[in-house]
Design a protein. Structure first.
Length: 755
């Protein structure tokens, strides 16, 4: 070393655990001839470094610029310190930290080095289904506590063999301090079970599984975040059998493709048309399910996504997946291993009992999954991948508030597509997707997630934020928690979630379009626009309300919304269902009806009138089929806009009904007219509200804006008028983003109260 001996203490935060960051620090310290030490604390990396001042400066720069690809380091502090005259640079044992410092790493896809290793016969991990290193493998789903050390993970039960121990302790090995490190001699193992018989061992279990899949059998496969139900994606018989057994007659099924070609996407491209943005999304480190247009000449089963033009596709992300897909030689259905609507199953015993009527066989392994993580789902809208579901590889989501919270809070989201969020200081952590809270299993998983997110981050909430709908299971939990509760309007939370992603925007005009959410005086909203900002929203636009027939049943029976619209407009109509006359009489007497302004229910009604769709089997099906059918109609007229007695600018749907029922026009034309009319109507509301109302941007949020055709048309029409439009980039636009919005709104209300 040349120059005067100096020393600094450096603290780094962000994503620095579970990504090989400490071994990286050790290597670059050696590169610059520095001494000292590095250690983990809960969510941070602590460095003491000493040497020449110019070498330390270069070292500090390299901590950021040369960091491992999956790391996201942030220098929290760098302060001078007295030299300790260390002889070399070492990695020290991790230490505990103060509450709230934890940053939980996500699960990581199988890296190229490990993939090459399991494909090379000369390697000792050849064809090993649990190969990993510091740059890949499970993290979030195996961590019991932080700091991220093996003793705090589900891998603590597997004692490393001498060969693995040597790699683990070698600072120049890519498995140096890789906590899930394992090999065939000391790590997890596969077990195949079918017809009461079991086959133990990785190769025999893989071989038996592949034989079953080739025979059209449905296999429940334990993965990183839970079980998948797997079958041949090209077999109509296998797919229809899976649908019948899972009681999932129509909802799309995701398909996993073997990785092939220079970028890994060659086989996938043979079945779907990928844009550049969709291809990049497929290769994202989260390895999400990505919606892409199916090729009409595809040999895949036609039963995978009936009535839709897109298919959910993804690449294998674990060594086990790679071995299965490579061995099978073609695409496989890989849908969530659960009872429809419930959280994904993670335990062997649960899978054997609860999936016994669905799967013919099971491929288990003995590495515990400590928390479920369903696959992440993305859709490219306006050139940007948008989250539809946050799960494995993405969760937990880390977001930040523009102002600190006065106390730690837990936000419990809505009832459908539930996720929860923990907020403290300026940090917000959003959980992985939990699901709909209709069943006891789902509600148990919801309660466990609330406890888990607090325990894992060493933060205990002192306040609960929830939806204002008394019937939601999440609201019932909040009210029974024993903590102070703040209830936030459903659509206000949507608006604040979007604003929270763009804190530099001061004033918004935000459209919150979805299927349902409690409004004023017991009404159901779903087509609202709000002016303002978190803590200060004012409802300024909506949709002409109508009396929805049948309450919550309307979401699965589009004829109810169609009937209500037509009867409200004074048109003659009798729905094609039994006891139609009784239904009309009930509607006329306002028995079992609720007033709504939901765009989601408008889509349902349109699907009934345009496509003859009277019943659906999953939420959003009618809207998705309408979108798939829609042919662009750029010359269509906007729905009329009127001002109601409260001064709201209201979209009036009545004049459009005859056109939707006009069977001289094709289904594709009428579906296109509906989309265009709505897009033009939204833009009309924007233009009318510009007069006398200042706003910096237009926001689009709520489940309706998962619709690519509608969203992109709105954005294009606004762009023609130089009006910027913003959509979600970090949290789902559907109810999966509500918990984040609840915290953003709560923080703003508390800040206003403190002023």
């Amino acid at each position: 070393m040349t120059g005067k001996l100096t020393a600094r203490n450096i603290v780094l935060g962000g994503r620095v655990q579970g990504v090989g960051y400490r071994p990286f620090v050790h290597r670059i310290a050696g590169r610059f001839g520095l001494a000292g030490d590095v250690s983990n604390t809960a969510g941070q990396v602590l460095i003491h470094v000493e040497g020449a001042s110019d070498a330390i400066a270069r070292f500090e720069t390299a901590l950021i610029t040369d960091a491992p690809g999956l790391a996201r380091p942030k220098v929290l502090s760098s302060t001078p310190y007295a030299p300790r005259h260390a002889a070399d640079f070492v990695i020290r044992k991790s230490t505990s930290a103060t509450a709230g410092d934890a940053h939980v790493p996500p699960d990581l896809f199988c890296c190229p080095d490990c993939l090459a290793e399991i494909q090379s016969p000369s390697e000792r991990r050849y064809r090993y289904p649990f190969c990993n290193c510091t740059q890949c493998g499970p993290r979030y789903t195996i961590i019991r506590d932080l700091p991220y050390d093996r003793v705090n993970t589900a891998m603590d039960r597997f004692e490393m063999c001498p060969a693995c121990r040597a790699e683990y302790e070698d600072p120049f090995d890519r498995r140096f301090h890789a906590q899930p490190l394992a090999c065939p001699d000391c790590g997890p193992e596969l077990t195949f079970v079918a017809n009461g018989n079991q086959c133990v061992g990785n190769e025999p279990a893989l071989s038996a599984t592949l034989d079953c899949l080739r025979d059209g059998v449905i296999v429940a496969v334990k993965g990183i975040g839970g079980y998948h139900l797997v079958c041949d994606a090209s077999s109509d018989a296998a797919v229809m059998r899976l649908r019948a057994r899972k009681v999932r007659p129509d909802k799309p099924l995701a398909v996993m493709f073997p990785q092939s070609g220079a970028d890994g996407l060659d086989m996938l491209r043979a079945y779907v048309r990928l844009t550049a943005e969709e291809a990049a999304a497929c290769l994202d480190p989260a390895r999400p399910i990505v919606l892409a247009a199916r090729r009409p000449d595809s040999s895949l089963s036609t039963a995978l996504a009936q009535g839709l033009s897109e298919l959910g596709v993804f690449l294998p992300y674990s060594p086990l997946h790679h071995l299965l897909l490579e061995g099978f030689g073609g695409p496989l259905v890989a849908t969530s291993g659960n009872i429809s609507g419930e959280p994904v199953i993670t335990e062997i015993a649960d899978a054997q009992s609860r999936l016994a009527d669905v799967a013919d066989a099971f491929l288990h392994h003995d590495r515990p999954i400590l928390r479920p993580a369903d696959d992440t789902v993305m859709r490219v809208i306006s050139g940007v991948p948008r989250l539809l579901r946050a799960g494995r590889g993405q969760a937990p989501l880390e977001l930040y508030l523009s102002h600190p919270l006065p106390e730690p809070v837990i936000a419990v989201g809505g009832h459908l597509k539930n996720s929860v969020a923990l907020g403290w200081g300026q940090r917000v952590v959003v959980s992985s997707h939990i699901g709909d809270l209709d069943s006891p299993h789902a509600r148990d998983a919801f309660a466990r997630m609330i406890e888990d997110v607090q325990a894992l981050h060493h933060v205990r909430a002192r306040h609960v934020v929830c939806d204002n709908h008394a019937g939601y299971a999440s609201t019932k939990w909040a009210r029974g928690s024993g903590l102070p509760v703040t209830e936030i309007g459903h659509h206000v939370a949507h608006a604040s979630a979007l604003a929270g992603e763009y804190p530099d925007m001061q004033r918004w005009l935000t459209f919150t379009w979805d299927g349902t959410g409690l409004g004023d005086h017991g009404s159901i909203w779903g087509g609202e626009a709000f002016l303002g900002a978190p803590g200060d929203w004012r409802r300024v636009a909506s949709v002409r309300p109508f009396h929805q027939l049948g309450g919550d049943r309307a979401a699965r029976e589009p004829w109810r919304s169609a009937s209500a619209l037509l009867w409200e407009a004074g048109l003659q109509w009798m729905p094609p269902v039994e006891r139609a006359a009784l239904a009309k009489e009930a509607w006329q007497k306002r028995v079992g009806t609720v007033q709504t302004s939901s765009i989601g229910r408008l889509f349902d009604a349109a699907a009934c009138l345009v496509m003859g769709l009277s019943e659906t089997s999953y939420e959003g099906q009618a809207a998705m089929m309408m979108e798939a059918a829609a042919k662009p109609q750029p010359g269509a007229t906007a729905f009329p806009i009127k001002r109601d007695e409260d001064g709201l600018l209201v979209i009036d749907w009545a004049d459009v009904l005859p056109a939707l029922m006009d069977k001289t026009r094709s289904v594709e034309t009428r579906a296109g007219l509906f989309h265009e009319g709505l897009a033009q109507a939204l833009v009309s509301q924007v233009l009318m509200l510009q007069d006398g109302n200042g706003f910096d941007a237009v926001g689009l949020t709520g489940g309706v804006f998962q619709n690519k055709v509608l969203s992109e048309r709105v954005v294009a029409l606004l762009a023609e008028r130089d009006i910027p439009a913003f959509q979600h980039r970090q949290v789902p636009t559907n109810d999966g983003g509500l918990a984040f919005g609840q915290i953003v709104e709560f923080a703003a209300l508390r800040q206003d109260a403190a002023v």
